[in-house]
Ligand binder design. Sequence first.
Ligand SMILES: [Zn+2]
Length: 307
Amino acid sequence: MKFLISTCLLLVAVCAHSTPNKYIALTLDDSPRAASGYFDGPTRANKLIAALKAHDVAQVAFFSVSAHLNQEGITRLNAYSDAGHLIANHTHDHPDFNTLTLAQYIANFEQADRELSQFKTMTKLFRFPYLREGDTVEKRDGMRAALAAKGYRNGYVTVNTYDWFIENQFQKAIKDGVKVDLTRMSHYYVDMMVQSIEAYDELAIKELGRSPKHVLLLHEMDITALFLGDLIAELKRKGWIIISPLTAYEDEIATFQTTEVLPYNPGRIGEIARTNGQTKGLWPRALQESYLDQQFEQQVMQVVAPK
Ligand SMILES: [Zn+2]
């Protein structure tokens, strides 16, 4: 009897912990990104700030490119900063590390460091454009040393996404004169982002035995301004808790350094899986262009046939 009771208690305890909270931070790259035609820069910024506030997200990080800093761009980053969001380093003009020398790349990073230091919430986190961290040992280790010398940490992502590809689909449809149904567009966007998040979380649980504090890769774009609120609402509905990037980068995986040279990097979880010998499934389905084209057509563009 005693055994039975303790077994039951154990089961209750296990069940109570079977749906632990999951944590994710939001990061938006390439700010202040040029207007693509739907919103102008200030409108995009206002909508992003309002969406984050409306959904009680106190802090996200804007990984910024200093070559974009014209007067309007400076005003936009100041607006993010004033709203409490972090400004971080994404290089001066977004080069591909695979095509530059180490010295050129370090100069590009340092120029952004100087120019972005004017923003009051500037934080020493660096995100590699295209997530490419060096295609030779010399470049990989040289940039690791350059970051450390300037007091920077790697602003890695755990969830890679193709939101930029979805933005292009949306902007092209608008330019082609299509009256895009924004409700359907939102469902499609949220579906693809959630699929990416769940795929990398599943991979993380397989590799680490736990769900880490995640970092989601998004971009400072019109679809983000339009649908980020819907994405946050859906994540919360699924039990996710939105955290500051500063909290996310306290996770143990922040100290992981791959021993491999990866010219194409799928993000920190993919990197860990790759280092452990897994080569397949590092870019989930929601990052495949053919799948996205098919889903956009099906979920957004197809007119529902009348019954
Ligand atoms: Zn970028």
